[in-house]
Design a protein around this ligand. Structure first.
Ligand SMILES: N[C@@H](CCC(=O)N[C@@H](CS)C(=O)NCC(=O)O)C(=O)O
Length: 316
């Protein structure tokens, strides 16, 4: 763990604020691929490259969008090693960086801006023509892949139908702070008060979704969208990691029948299932976050049957 300051690497964990609360830094590369010709980042097959981690819930959103839309030939992808240590994300020997042969992800950030100051996070959407980072904010990358790269998508079913976009954005906003980022606020809290505040808010919000999902199949109704991907990538890590490692242990997702059904429903889609790597997820959190787990021991369990039948098709 560490960050770049004016292009120089400084190792160490981000300090919580004075109240002991974890504050996520804002991402800085916010350009857009455009389906329209003539822009700086026009949609093209074979031009853009995704750097991701199978461990990270934010990167996982983009991995799933790419897979579900059938963009795997159009947008290439490299998966970093789950052991994020003193030097940040390293590339794995089994999946080396094809663009520069870099050893660490921070080198990619420095290629885009040699004087970059900030966190070195996944996902990163790289433009091989302009040799720069287009965008490193998962929510925006998801939308870009789905909408702007539509011409190259082998699966024609969009994850952001125009008539649902306002609703999708509303759900993405609603789940971000209390749930997606809430688990981190609980896990990285440095005071009892900050932890309890994050944990109570998280479970209150999960309770709301438990109720909503008892009456509809997905978060925006009965159509599967980006918002479901965003909720899913947090829920799939919940009982496996967040429950123990981040002390989000008021309930397991398995104890909340609608959320548990939703989770299995999404997981059992073949394009989703083949892109869920519990080995990367467990190794990354338990090994890398030695501020939370100083001995870096990775637990053997839990054993969870994500393939168990669900009855969510009753809403279809
Ligand atoms: N806002 C970003 C967050 C990405 C993010 O925080 N990724 C984490 C992994 S889960 C990361 O790479 N952390 C490394 C670091 O902060 O140094 C997004 O949604 O894309």
């Amino acid at each position: 763990m560490g960050r770049l300051v004016d292009g120089k690497w400084e190792s160490g964990w981000q300090k919580p604020n004075a109240k002991g609360t974890f504050e996520r830094t804002t991402t800085q590369f916010r350009s857009k691929i455009s389906a329209e010709k003539g822009g700086e980042f026009p949609a093209e097959a074979g031009r853009y490259h995704l750097y991701v981690s199978h461990a990270c819930p934010w990167a996982h959103r983009t991995i799933l969008t790419r897979a579900l839309r059938g963009l795997e030939d159009a947008v290439t992808m490299t998966v970093v090693d789950p052991h994020m240590g003193e030097d940040g994300w390293p590339f794995a020997d089994s999946d080396p960086d094809p663009v520069f042969g870099a050893k660490y992800l921070r080198e990619i950030y420095l290629r885009a801006n040699p004087r970059y100051t900030g966190s070195v996070t996944v996902p990163v959407l790289w433009d091989t023509k302009n040799a720069t980072i287009v965008n490193n904010e998962s929510r925006e990358v998801m939308r870009m892949l789905d909408v702007e790269m539509n011409a190259f998508a082998k699966n024609s079913v969009t994850l952001a139908p125009p008539d649902l976009r306002a609703k999708i954005d509303e759900v993405l906003d609603a789940i971000y702070a209390p749930i997606n980022n809430g688990v981190y606020r609980a896990g990285f809290a440095a005071t009892q008060e900050a932890y309890e505040d994050a944990c109570r808010t998280l479970f209150a919000e999960l309770g709301k979704w438990e109720k909503i999902l008892s009456g509809q199949r997905f978060t925006c109704g009965n159509v599967f969208t980006e918002a479901d991907i965003a909720l899913f990538t947090t829920l799939i890590r919940f009982d496996v990691v967040y429950y123990a490692h981040f002390k989000c242990n008021v309930h397991r997702i398995q104890d909340l029948p609608s959320l548990w059904g939703f989770l299995r429903d999404v997981y059992q889609r073949p394009d989703v299932k083949r892109n869920v790597r519990f080995d990367h997820i467990k190794t990354h959190y338990y090994w890398s976050q030695e501020n939370v787990n100083p001995r870096r021991l990775v637990p053997l369990g839990p054993t969870i049957d994500f393939d168990a039948p669900h009855d969510r098709t009753r809403f279809a």
